[in-house]
Design a binder for this molecule. Structure first.
Ligand code: AQP
Length: 325
C-alpha cells in the first residue's frame, strides 16, 4: 500500500488522534508499505486563532510527539506540508475539478463555520487541499478517524473527475479505520474528543499525570446500575478506552460486572487510568529522550526533501496533462 496521512499542528496530540489515526500510522510501517506522514500547517492556518510563533513551535512539538509514538524516519517520510509548496499548486488545479455543491455539503465545514463569526475561505477549501495532499503522492490508502471519511470520499470524487477529464492518473484513495475511529469526549460523550471544545474534552498524551487522572475521574457516566442495563454513551466510551489499553480478560471482567449491575464506576476509572498510564509511559519517556537529542529539525528537513522529489514529479505530470506545460 502507498499510505499518506496528515495531522494539524494545532496543539497537543490527544488520545483521539492517537487511537484514531497515529497508532495505525505506526503499525502500517512495514516493508510492504510506503508511508508518508505530514504535519499539515497550511491546514492549521484555517484556524482563526493561529499565532505565527505558536504555529512554528507546534510543528516541532507535534513532530516530537509523532516520533515518540513510533513514527520512524528510517521507514517513513515525515515532513511539514509547507516545506513542499507543490501541495498548494495541486490544490488549485484540483479545485478546478471539484464540485462547488460537494464542498457546500462538507459537514466539518458547516460545523466549524456555524461556530465562527468570520469564516475564512481556507476553511471552505480545506478538503481540496486535503485531496491534494493525498493525491500528490499517488497514495491509495489513508489511515484516518471517522470524522475524515466524508473528506476522503470527496478526494475519491476529485480523483475520478480529474481522471475522466485528463486521463487515468490518480488512484482513488481508500480509508483505513483503526479500532477507535471515533473516540468521544469524557466530559461530554455526545461529542467527539477534540481540542476545539476546550481542555476538558480531550486527554493529551503528554499531559501531567494528575491532570489525566482528574479527567478520567470526572468522566461522565450514568446514575444507576440495574442488571442488563444498556451502557450509556459515557460508560461505553470508557469501555472503548479500556479495550485499547487493558488485557482482554480485564475488559471481560468489567463487562460482566456491568451486565450484572455490580460495576462500580470508581473501579472502572481507576483501572482504566492505571492501564492508560502504562500504555502512555514509554511514549512519554521516548518524548523526553527525543527532546534532549534535538534532531527533529534535521529529520523534518530530510523528510521534506524526499517528499518534494515525489511531489515535483507527480505535479510535473499533472501540469502536462492539464495543459500548463
Ligand atoms: N475523537 C477522535 N477519534 C478518532 N480519531 C480522531 N481524530 C481526531 N479526533 C478523533 C483523527 O486524528 C487525525 C488528525 O486530525 P486533525 O488533524 O483534525 O487533528 P486535530 O486538529 O488535533 O483534531 P481535533 O482536536 O479533533 O481538532 P478539530 O476540533 O479541529 O477537529 C485525523 O485522522 C482524525 O480523524
Amino acid at each position: 500500500m502507498r499510505i499518506f496521512s496528515g495531522i494539524q499542528p494545532t496543539g497537543v496530540l490527544h488520545l483521539g488522534n492517537y487511537f484514531g489515526a497515529v497508532k495505525q500510522w505506526v503499525e502500517l510501517q512495514t516493508p510492504e508499505n510506503f508511508c508518508i506522514y505530514c504535519i499539515v500547517d497550511y491546514h492549521a492556518l484555517t484556524n482563526e486563532d493561529t499565532v505565527p510563533e505558536v504555529l512554528r513551535k507546534n510543528r516541532v512539538e507535534l513532530a516530537l510527539d509523532l516520533l515518540a509514538c513510533g513514527i520512524d524516519p528510517e521507514r517513513s517520510i515525515l515532513f511539514v506540508q509547507s516545506a513542499v509548496p507543490e501541495h498548494t499548486e495541486l490544490c488549485w488545479i484540483l479545485g478546478c475539478v471539484t464540485s462547488f455543491g460537494d464542498l457546500t455539503r462538507m459537514t466539518q465545514f458547516k460545523q466549524k463555520a456555524k461556530d465562527q463569526e468570520f469564516v475564512n475561505g481556507g476553511l471552505f477549501y480545506y478538503p481540496v487541499l486535503q485531496a491534494a495532499d493525498i493525491l500528490l503522492y499517488l497514495a491509495d490508502h489513508v489511515p484516518v478517524g471517522e470524522d475524515q471519511l466524508q473528506h476522503l470520499e470527496l478526494a475519491r470524487r476529485i480523483a475520478r473527475r480529474f481522471n475522466w477529464r485528463f486521463g487515468e492518473f490518480f488512484p482513488e484513495p481508500e480509508p483505513i479505520l483503526g479500532k477507535a475511529p471515533r473516540l468521544m469526549s469524557l466530559a461530554d460523550p455526545s461529542r467527539k474528543m477534540s481540542k476545539s471544545y476546550g481542555p476538558d474534552h480531550y486527554i493529551g498524551l503528554m499531559e501531567p499525570e494528575e491532570e489525566i487522572w482528574r479527567k478520567v475521574r470526572t468522566a461522565v457516566t450514568d446514575m444507576g446500575l440495574t442488571p442488563g442495563q444498556e451502557m450509556s454513551p459515557g460508560v461505553a466510551n470508557l469501555f472503548t478506552l479500556l479495550e485499547l489499553v487493558a488485557p482482554a480478560e480485564v475488559v471481560e471482567e468489567f463487562r460482566q460486572a456491568h451486565a450484572a449491575g455490580k460495576l462500580l464506576y470508581k473501579d472502572l476509572k481507576e483501572t482504566l487510568f492505571r492501564y492508560l498510564m502504562e500504555a502512555l509511559r514509554p511514549i512519554r519517556e521516548r518524548r523526553r529522550e527525543l527532546e534532549e537529542k534535538g534532531e527533529v529539525e534535521e529529520i523534518l528537513a530530510a523528510g521534506a526533501e524526499k517528499a518534494r522529489r515525489i511531489a515535483r514529479e507527480v505535479l510535473g505530470e499533472v501540469r502536462a496533462r492539464v495543459g500548463l506545460d
